[in-house]
Structure formats: structure tokens, C-alpha cells
Design a protein around this ligand. Sequence first.
Ligand code: HAX
Length: 435
Amino acid sequence: MGLREDFAAELPAWRERVSNLIQESADVKVDEVTIGQVYGGMRNIKSLVTDISYVDPGEGIRFRGFTIPEVLEILPKPAGCQMPYVGGLYYLFLVGKVPNEDQAVDIENEWKSRSEIPSFVFDVLKSMPRDSHPMMLFSTAILALHHDSVFAKQYMEGMTRDEYWQPMLEDSLNLTSKLPAIAAYIYSLKYKNGEYVAPRSDLDWGANFAHMMGNDSKDYEELSRLYFILHSDHESGNASAHATHLAASTLSDIYYALSAGLNSLAGPLHGLANQEALRWLLGIYQEFDGVPSREQLRQFAWDTLKRGQVIPGYGHAVLRKPDPRFTAQFEYAQRNMPEDEIFQIARLVFEVVPEVLIEQGKAKNPAPNVDAISGTLQHHYGIKEFDFYTVMFGVGRALGVSANAVWSRALGQPLERPKSLTTTMLEDIAKEAGQ
Ligand code: HAX
């Protein structure tokens, strides 16, 4: 069986399960909402559903029930490699089962057969000012691909709701197949000679990104697979996933929807934090002309906080422990680049900054998140243009949000439309509660 058949085989049981839950328990209360949450970015309100990943505040992310170390262990890997095929992760997201090697390679082959980028995408990118932010270029390229959307075309021609997931899956495979090449082209256009490097047919999706970025080393191929897997999904409430879901809930196609998601990934409190984190680490390196002492670093961190700035890469809206995505990259760096001085600073920051944040007493989570170290690894392998890091985050994030979008279509998730109130109404609610 292929991906479509495997997906279709899972669908009837899921549809029945969801339909029974809604029919029998629609009125059962899941959560209560406070004024603090309404004014506080809806933090922690339980109001979204996804079965692809879950972030446990203490443990971190699980993909389809598996922790990060488990995912890295159980997914099929290219011969002689430590990091799995990204295609295997996409199968796990879409079908909900751990793929065997053939199933993972099937997705890799689907991607290869769809990876050609239409010429108008190159034209659009070339027409933009060279000093444009690469995230704007990336989001624009994806939006341009809407031209070829199978979902948009079939919707106009007419199809039943039960069929919506099929063109959504086609679009998602078409889209994800092209992302490494689009990202690498943007890198070349902005920072190198502007030439397009074509993917190699003998390389997998993750390794091909390394190749197109001009680094054919095995280590960078491994890191690329790891990076995309780690950045792929983080529940549905984070800004990029939520923005993608919201846009897709109007039945707009995955190109519109992912572009919306990427536009929110581009903010400094979300995906842009990885470039901020590296900038901060390099600032330390420059200030102390190398790796500082513990006490120097402590003072540097306090100076940052006293200027009213956050320590980038630390804290999280949901997590309350070190992010396992940080840990996986940290361990990779310990194994492969322990001599790198920026990594040594990142390691010292990990030892010192949580104590400082605890002393400051504001951050609910003083531990590192995924962004605290990802830039350090890219910097080590020669990707020194910080602005580009969020594009790479977006390539990974597309895997999770597109798999979610296919499932949203398959399960008939409706248009999202929460209710707003005025401040006067909230004041009245507070008065009624006697406060
Ligand atoms: N440094 C300094 N202060 C911090 C902090 C940090 N790293 N993390 C949180 N705080 C502060 C907040 O600014 C907030 O202060 P105010 O009360 O003055 O507004 C207070 O601690 C409470 O915040 P919180 O409830 O712990 O955290 P939030 O859910 O509001 O925000 C953030 C979560 C990730 C945005 C926050 O921790 C932060 O700004 N971290 C630094 C930026 C960063 O690393 N972002 C990437 C997050 C991961 C991600 O989404 N990647 O894409």
C-alpha cells in the first residue's frame, strides 16, 4: 500500500471516533477561561485539537506519542547514518504509525518526483530587492505556488467534503517537496552567487538541503535531517501552527495557509528568536574576546535584563523544563563540535542563565528552548547569515502544519471563529464575580 491508501485506511475509525465524541459529549466542559487569559494571549486555554503532537510542560514534545529520543531511534535511517529520513517523520505525522524503511523511502521518492520549482517562483524572488528579509522572500515564494494548488482548482470544480483531504495531501506533498530547494535558492540569491543548485537524485530530502546549501559533508547532512525533524511540530497553539490552521480553516489551500504561518514565525518572540540567540552569544564572544568566566557571563546576562531585554532562547509559554529539542542539538554539538568556542559559550549560558532568570523571578520557565542553540550549530557549519535561520525553521515547521492541515480536512474541522468581548463587558463580568 502507498501513503494515500495507508492514510485512507486510518480515516474511517478516526471519523467515527470524533463523530461519537461530538455527538455524545459536545456539552462536556474542557476548560474555564479567566480574564487574565483573555487579556493574556489566551495562554493555556484548552481549545484546539491535534493528534500529531503534544507538548507536556514537564517532558516536552511527543510526536504521535513518541519523545524526541524515541523518534530519532525508531524512524528508518539512510544506510550508515544516525539521523532518520525526514520522509519517515512525515509518514508518522500523516498515518500515525511508525513507517518501515520502504514507507519512509516512498515519501522521499514522492518528494523527489515533485521537487521541480516553477520558473515564476524564481522570477518573483529575483524581482524583490536584495536587502529583503529572507523570511519575506520565503513566504512570498510559497504564496506564489498557490498558482498550482490542486485543492483550489478542485474546490472550484466541485467536490464533496469527504474528499477535501485528498487534494490537500497532494498540495502538501507538492509544497513540502520544494521547500529545501526554495530555501537554498533564497540563501544563494541573498548571500552567494544567486545560482540555483538542483537537488541530487541520490540524496534524501534533508541531505539534499545540505547539498544545495553548498555543504556536502556527512555531518551537515545529519544536522539538516535533525534540524528539520526537531522544528517540525509543537502542538497547534504556537503562533505559526495556529496561524496556519486559522487560515486553512477558511478552506484556503496550504500555500495561503503556510504563508500565513510563516509570517507569524517571522516575529522575534517566535522563530526569529534563534537569530537573536546567536547574536547574543556572538556579542558575548566579542565583549570578552572569547569564552568568558562564569562571573563575567552572569554580569552580562544581568546587564541584558536591566536594559529591559529578554535573554533570547530561554523561557517558554508552555514548557517548564529544558526543551528536549534543545537537548538533542546540545548533545549533537557535544559529540561533533565540542571545540567550537561559540558552543562553549552556549554551554556556559545553559549553566548560568537559568540561575539568573530564577533570581530575577519573572520568567515562568528559566530553561532553554529550541532556539538557544540551533543558530550555534548552523554557524559552526558555515551558515553565518542569521537572518536565514528562521527560513530553515519554516522548512521544518511546514511538515507539521501541513500534516495537521490534511487531518483537519479529513476530519472536517470547521472555520475557526472565537468570540471577542469589550473591556466594559469584562469589567462587568469582574463586578458580578465580586472583584
Ligand atoms: N528573558 C527575560 N525575561 C523573560 C524571559 C527571558 N528569556 N522569558 C520570560 N520572561 C519574562 C517575560 O517577558 C514576562 O515579563 P513581563 O511580566 O514583564 O511581561 C515574564 O517573564 C513572564 O513570562 P512567561 O509567562 O514566563 O513567558 P511568556 O509565555 O509570556 O513568553 C516567551 C514566552 C518564549 C515569549 C518568553 O519566554 C521570551 O520572550 N523568551 C525569549 C525569546 C525566545 O526565546 N523566544 C522563543 C520561544 C520558542 C519559540 O516559540 N520558538 O519559535
